[in-house]
Design a protein around this ligand. Structure first.
Ligand SMILES: O=C[C@H](O)[C@H](O)[C@H](O)COP(=O)(O)O
Length: 337
């Protein structure tokens, strides 16, 4: 247990028996997806991800429903493609308007860093994914080992940004300027084999950022991108994933991130966030030592006092790390909040 690279991430090897050497990348994706579906329980509202990995999870959920091993699942699709797949497989569907709290989401990713931050959207879906996965109590990311990177953007492949079509070249230029020091080239995504812009499910365009160097502080990069008026959303998913399942030639590994990212408006739902914290704490490893990291702004801090008191009553651990969104975390005791 424990990760040398990130104290918030613990990992456990689920199955390290050597896998057959002739497994394809798609076989690995399927292995990760099937493992993730073990987290799905009857009665859950489940976010259904998009892409070549997530489609295996959607198919598996449908199979278990047909076999009667799962019941009363409500799926929340993250793209029109997944919506169509789920409808064709008979999975009952809804949306965030009717189900604003999602129990569990399962989705693939294009890149995963050691803190379980993600790049998503190379397949064109990122906005709906971020909405659904950000509203989830648990978000399980499923990848084959080729998706692991040291830092986001480090694969040399795209970091996608969804932009409004209006004056998209203006926005493209602004994005490129933002990351000039990281050697950024920003390109409008075009339809495969064509010259016209690729259009997202939401009627927007995508600008892909290609970086030569690390873009530095990810939160700062995220905020700078989102401050541009023509930007709708970007494909960096920071602090949203709670669990990562990686399938590689040497087996399947599960990593859990115990940090909690309370960045939504404090008024959004203290009750929901409290439950989320309790839910996460309930899954902590049985054998300490470990710390829990809470990230939130100073303003939000007061709103979470109740949550900390609830936590204190269920967790008997001596130390917690309480961190703000900016600057280094201060070490604190839960009773000091
Ligand atoms: O836009 C696509 C989504 O963000 C996908 O989840 C991501 O690109 C990973 O897709 P795949 O599992 O096909 O590699």
């Amino acid at each position: 247990m424990g990760s040398a690279s990130n104290p918030l991430v613990t990992s456990s090897v689920v199955d390290d028996s050597p896998l057959p050497s002739n497994l394809t990348q798609d076989d690995l994706k399927k292995l990760a997806a099937y493992k993730a579906v073990e987290y799905v329980k009857s009665g859950m509202v489940v976010g259904l991800g998009t892409g070549s990995t997530a489609k295996h999870a959607v198919a598996r959920i449908s199979e278990l429903l047909r076999q009667g091993k799962l019941r009363d699942i409500i799926g929340i699709p993250t793209s029109t493609t997944t919506h169509e797949q789920a409808v064709s497989l008979g999975i009952p569907l809804s949306d965030l308007d009717s189900h604003p709290v999602v129990d569990l989401s399962i989705d693939g990713a294009d890149e995963v860093d050691p803190a379980l931050n993600l790049v998503k959207g190379r397949g064109g879906s990122l906005l709906r994914e971020k909405m659904v996965e950000g509203a989830s109590k648990k978000f399980v990311v499923i990848v084959d080992e080729s998706k692991l990177v040291k830092h986001l953007g480090g694969s040399g492949l795209a970091v996608p940004v969804e932009v409004v079509p209006f004056c998209c070249d203006f926005t493209r230029g602004k994005l490129e300027e933002l990351f000039r020091e990281a050697g950024c080239k920003a390109k409008l995504r075009v339809k495969s084999g064509g010259e016209t812009a690729a259009v997202t499910d939401n009627g927007n365009f995508v600008v892909d950022l290609y970086l030569e160097r690390d873009m530095g502080d990810l939160e700062a990069a995220s905020e700078a991108i989102l401050r541009l008026p023509g930007v709708v959303e970007h494909g960096m998913f920071l602090g949203i994933a709670t669990t990562l399942i990686v399938a590689g030639k040497s087996g399947v590994t599960v990593k859990d991130r115990f940090g909690l990212n309370c960045k939504s408006g404090p008024e959004l739902s203290l009750f929901y966030r409290t439950n989320w914290m309790l839910h996460t704490v309930a899954q902590l490893p049985k054998h300490p030592p470990f710390n829990i990291m809470f990230y939130f702004t100073v303003e939000q801090r007061k709103f979470y006092t109740e949550a900390f008191h609830s936590l204190k009553s269920v967790v008997n651990q001596p130390d917690y790390i309480v961190g703000g969104d900016r600057g280094p975390p201060e070490r604190d005791s839960i009773s000091d909040v």
